[in-house]
Design a protein around this ligand. Structure first.
Ligand code: FO1
Length: 317
């Protein structure tokens, strides 16, 4: 079974751990969001790629969901002594090695997809991890009062508390899918959208020309990251508000649209979504969606696979 997953953020990485357990024989390709990427002190940092690589490779800081376990911050402290670059974005000593190696390989002219493959040779995540594009795409947040800031500054320094009037994947329109991305979508038995932030994690991936159309041609099952009107973690509500979408499992499914989504998993608190006319063409299933641990995550992942297989069988699937 070949599964392709569009992924970004902590929720996606945790979902993928459950997916590997739920479908041990499946060949999983992860198309990772690179809109969160940022250059700090001259080093290229790819948070959503690293979160998947570390989580599935066993190096993640479990409590944070990003960065490395057992970190020290000596280098960050020394940089701060020099006035630092962005003191609000903390890089640990072990994490620095990833960014130094990535930047070295990029400077040798290797594309991000090749660099990611090389870094994964160490971590062995058990999935093929592809950046959505080898071209630079960075999510910019247009604040209500005018300035445009990098997503990380809005997310980390401003805690997404400053109202935004637009969230734009800058560079996406000029980007091309990374090698293997369109093939991974076309050759998949189905596509999964994990409980990622629909605006800043899945959105930028779909904004790369060619990807949305390729995904729409497949059977797609998504997992709501919104339960009972609130994001499970992170600040997806601030992102949804910025694009005028209500923070609800129904509204997010409607945002993706029936042109994209064939199935949608919602928590039991949101089971009314199954009867919402706005989601009529989408097969909605309700089940406990809190990913408390690997066991509960595996059940959720298995449910997404089962629904995708059921929908793939249908004549118009
Ligand atoms: N998030 C924070 O809230 N504060 C940080 O200092 C921070 C540092 C950081 C370093 C490396 C990395 O890969 C991720 C980091 N994150 C931090 C999380 C990051 O903002 C998010 O993981 C994604 O960009 C959104 O999913």
């Amino acid at each position: 079974m070949r599964i392709t997953v569009l992924a970004g953020g902590v929720g996606a990485a945790r979902f993928l751990r459950g997916l590997k357990a739920a479908a041990p024989g499946a060949r999983i390709t992860v198309i990772g969001n690179t809109g969160d990427d940022i250059t700090l002190c001259g080093l290229r940092v790819c948070p959503d790629l690293d979160t998947v690589m570390y989580t599935l490779g066993g190096g993640i800081s479990e409590e944070q969901g990003w960065g490395r376990a057992g970190e020290t911050f000596t280098v960050a402290g020394e940089l701060a002594a020099y006035g630092g670059d962005t003191p609000w974005f903390t890089l640990g000593d072990k994490d620095f090695a990833t960014h130094i190696m990535r930047t070295k390989l990029l400077a040798e002219g290797k594309p991000l997809s090749e660099v990611t493959r090389m870094l994964c040779e160490r971590w062995r995540p058990g999935v093929r991890l592809l950046p959505m594009s080898d071209d630079v795409v960075e999510t910019h947040v247009h604040l209500d009062d005018g300035p445009v800031v990098h997503f990380q500054e809005w997310w980390v320094r401003l805690h997404a508390t400053v109202p935004a009037r637009a969230i734009v994947p800058h560079g996406a329109a000029e980007a091309t899918p990374a090698p293997g991305v369109l093939e991974a979508i076309a050759n998949a038995d189905f596509i999964l959208f994990p409980p990622s932030n629909p605006v800043v994690s899945i959105g930028p991936i779909l904004a790369v020309p060619g990807i949305r159309e390729a995904v729409a041609a497949k059977t797609v099952v998504g997992v709501s990251g919104i339960i009972g009107g609130a994001p499970v973690r992170g600040m997806a509500d601030a992102c949804l508000t910025a694009i005028g979408v209500e923070t609800s499992a129904t509204a997010v499914a409607a945002h993706y649209g029936a042109g994209l989504l064939d199935g949608w998993l919602v928590d039991e608190q949101d089971k009314a979504a199954a009867d919402d006319p706005a989601l009529a063409p989408i097969a909605v299933r309700a089940l406990p969606l809190y990913m408390r641990d690997l066991a509960t995550t595996t059940v959720i992942a298995r449910a997404s696979v089962d629904l995708a297989q059921e929908l793939s069988m249908e004549p118009n699937g």
